[in-house]
Each structure stands twice: as C-alpha cells, then as structure tokens.
Design a protein around this ligand. Structure first.
Ligand SMILES: Cc1cc2nc3c(=O)[nH]c(=O)nc-3n(C[C@H](O)[C@H](O)[C@H](O)COP(=O)(O)OP(=O)(O)OC[C@H]3O[C@@H](n4cnc5c(N)ncnc54)[C@H](O)[C@@H]3O)c2cc1C
Length: 415
C-alpha cells in the first residue's frame, strides 16, 4: 500500500484550526490522506473575547478549547511544540525533536504584539494576545485598586488609578469600554467612593480617529460613546516611551500611570526557512491568488502571517479572525482540488461586516453599507460571538458568565 498524502498545518489558531476542520470535510475517513497539526499550545483560543477575560467578565477557561476536542476525529496527528525550521527542498518541518514530512503545508502561525522598539514598551506594558496576558491585566487592575486604597496622597492615588490603553483599534476600543465597566459596575461595589472618584481611563491613539479600518460612522460613533463613558480619548498622540510609572507621548507630555495596556498593533510570527520566502514590507508571507507561496505551490499561508492582496482595494487583507477563517476554507478546497489533479480556485474575500462591543448594553456594527448601534446591536454581537465559540459546553459557560454579570459584580479574585 502506498503511503498517505501528508497535509501538515502550522498554527493552532483561527487559520490552522479552520483549515483542518475544512480539510476534514473533504477527507473524512480517507485513509489515503493524513492530517497533522503543529501548535505551541494544546488549545484553541477564541481571541475576540479576550478583553472580557482581562476585565473579569468571562472566566479564562471558557474561551479556550483543547485542540484534540475541537478537531476530534479529523486530526490524525497533533504535535505540541514550535515549528522551528521549514525545509522547502526536503519538504520537512523541524518541531523540537521531531522531523515531520509533508506533501502540502499550510502556514498559519498568526502574529505577535508589536512594540515598535519604543523604549520601555515591552518591559513595562501589558500586551493582550494570550490567556496569560489577559489574566495579568486583570490581576494588575485589582492590585492597583488594593494598593491605592491605602494611599492618602490624592495626587499619588490618582496616578496609581489611571489606566492607560495604548492603541485605538478594535481591541483597544473594546478593552477601554470593558475596563470602564469593570470600574463602574464592579470595583465601585467594593471600594469607597473617594477611591472610585480617583479612577480614570486614558486611551491613546496615533491616528486622528479610532478604529481607522472601519467605516466613517462607526469611527465617529465609537469615539462619541467612549467619551460619554468618561474615557479620555487622546487622538493623534504617539507613545514615545513607557516607564515603570509613566508614559511619555508627543510634545514630551508625561502621563503618570501604573498600568499601561499595549494593544497598538501586531507583527507576523516569525518562521524560519531553509531558503528565503517573499515577504511584504511588514514581514508577512506574500501569497498569490490561490494563497500559495511563490515558487512553492504545495505551501500555503493564511491568517495574520499572510499577505494576500485584495484585488478590489489593492491592499493586503487585515489581520482579522474572519479573514483567517475564510482563507482557511479556500486553502482546504484548493488542496483537495490539487490532490485530485484539478485546477485550484482563486480566493475572493468578502467582508461579512464588523461588530464591536462597547461595554455592557452597547455595541456598534456595520454590515454592507448599514451602520447600527445600541442595545439590539449588543445582543446581536453577543449572539454572533456565542455561536462562533466552538463547543456547546463553552457556549453555555460564556452565556452563564454574561448572565451572572447582569445581576452581580464580576469576580475580583486575583488568579
Ligand atoms: C485581543 C484580541 C481581540 C481580537 N478580536 C477580534 C475580533 O473581534 N474579530 C476578529 O475578526 N479578529 C479579532 N482579533 C484578531 C484575530 O484573533 C486574528 O486575526 C486571528 O486569530 C488570526 O488567526 P491566525 O490563525 O492567523 O493566528 P492565531 O489565531 O493567532 O493563531 C496562530 C497560532 O499559531 C501558533 N504558532 C505561532 N508560531 C508557531 C510555530 N512556529 N509553531 C507552532 N505554532 C505556532 C500560535 O501560538 C497561535 O496559537 C483579535 C485579536 C486579539 C489579540
């Protein structure tokens, strides 16, 4: 019997997991195909709800799912570890001590936080990319509240209780709004009024508007809502330096704070190859219209690490879960076509719309040319994300967390 055709996926996030799920639809029970996945963690993380873990709205375990459970019977082999070097000539990937061979390779390693070499940013600020990051942010917020509650000096207390979010993209905006919710609805139940009066949130954004990748109405609406919540939104401000207890922005303005949350952008996760692969100026792997690497038609790249040029807008697609999911589906189809000696299909991206929560009872969204906001949008946002969580078990748990939050303060135990 000839050996199976090996399809190997690197990355256990949106791109990797959805690629495998889609491949499984084509090759279920097909002994001629072997599906394998390499991941640094043994779970899939549902990032769109990470800001709610960071602000105590959802329990950390409820937005992660074990890879072996998510992929079930689809997965022939799972390698827990980091893909260290990819050899295009021998068609192999080194994962720690294992050398894994492939016939088709899907690269979906995602992205990591970009600190842009700003002095002190990596050292003193809190990124939000992983469950561990979210837990650290929550713990930090609780710690400064506890410490500040014993500080008599009002100026010092105000400085301690100033929470700074750097980055006015969707993650920064959602996080700032949820932080306000944590302070207003939860901390206020436990700390005296004079302490609460000294809390504040500052959102620093480099460009003249929030969420610049979204439509004009959503950009204006989110600014209006955040300001209404009392969040100080600083536009056209660039962080120059981060220190242990301050942030310096342009014009040498120093903002005192003990909590800087850094959600100002990402850069593609680095992969090593035995020969250079074409990259965009921001380091992503350039792919053709079939999502293949140039000169390596058996290698595909998807998600945050891939640079696919949207022919309609002549820009690379943004780093979004829905982009990764759609690319994953297209790649699975193309691999199936190639295995069957057929011509692959060109990938065409259609945006399904954007949704953004802005704290309890408030969300904004745009689908096609319609923009909407308010309570109904918030319910819609919650329903969409609840359904997008993979297992029923986690859907029920997140729904339970959300329901509890409507009636009682969030859990402020440090984790
Ligand atoms: C806080 C936050 C909120 C977000 N909210 C939204 C949202 O509301 N809507 C939306 O559309 N998008 C959102 N995004 C963006 C979305 O998460 C990404 O676009 C999406 O996860 C990209 O999928 P991916 O598969 O490329 O990368 P990821 O999902 O990041 O997965 C990559 C995986 O590969 C692993 N990996 C990396 N290198 C290696 C290696 N060498 N070997 C093995 N494994 C490796 C990583 O550990 C990671 O688990 C959010 C992101 C964050 C951080």
């Amino acid at each position: 019997m000839s050996r199976p055709i090996k399809i190997l996926i690197i990355g256990n996030g949106f791109g990797g997991v959805y690629a495998l799920k889609n491949l499984h639809k084509f090759f279920h029970n097909d002994k001629k195909i072997e599906l394998a996945l390499v991941g640094e963690k043994n779970y899939f993380l549902f990032t769109p709800l990470l800001h709610e873990v960071a602000t105590g709205g959802i329990n950390p375990g409820n937005i992660i799912e074990p890879i072996r459970k998510v992929l079930g019977c689809c997965l022939d082999k799972f390698y827990l570890g980091k893909a260290e070097i990819i050899n295009f000539d021998s068609h192999t990937v080194q994962v720690e001590n294992a050398l894994i061979s492939y016939d088709y390779l899907v690269l979906a390693p995602g992205a990591e936080t970009n600190f842009y070499n700003i002095p002190g940013a990596e050292e003193y600020s809190f990124p939000l990319k992983s469950i561990a990051d979210a837990i650290k942010i929550k713990n930090r917020c609780i710690m400064v509240m506890e410490r500040a509650s014993h500080v008599e000096n009002r100026i010092k207390r105000k400085n301690m209780l100033r929470f700074v979010v750097v980055g006015g993209g969707p993650t920064g905006v959602e996080l700032a709004a949820e932080l306000e919710e944590l302070i207003k609805e939860t901390f206020s139940s436990y700390y005296p009024e004079e302490i609460m009066e000294d809390t504040s949130i500052v959102l620093i954004q480099k460009s003249p508007e929030l969420v610049p990748a979204f439509g004009e109405k959503i950009r204006k609406k989110s600014l209006e809502i955040l300001r209404k919540k009392g969040i100080e939104v600083m536009l056209t401000r660039t962080v120059k330096e981060v220190g242990l207890s301050y942030v310096v922005i342009n014009e040498n303005i120093k903002i005192f704070t003990e909590t800087v949350i850094w959600v100002a952008g990402v850069k593609p996760a680095e992969l090593k190859f035995n020969q250079p692969a074409k990259q965009s100026s921001d380091g992503r792997l350039v792919v053709n219209e079939y999502l293949q690497l140039e000169n390596h038609k058996e290698v595909f790249a998807i998600g945050d690490a891939a640079a696919f040029r949207d022919a309609n807008k002549n820009i690379f697609l943004p780093a979004l879960a829905q982009v990764a999911e759609k690319e994953a589906k297209a790649v699975a189809k193309n691999i199936q076509l190639l295995i069957n000696n057929k011509i692959p299909e060109k990938f065409l991206y259609r945006n399904s719309g954007n949704l953004m929560s802005l704290g309890q009872w408030m969300a904004v969204g745009e689908i096609f040319n319609f923009t909407f906001s308010g309570h109904t949008t918030w319910w819609f946002w919650r329903t969409v994300y609840l359904f997008k969580l993979i297992s029923w078990r986690k859907k029920v748990r997140v729904a339970a967390d959300w329901t509890m939050n409507l009636f009682s303060p969030r859990d402020i135990s440090q984790l």
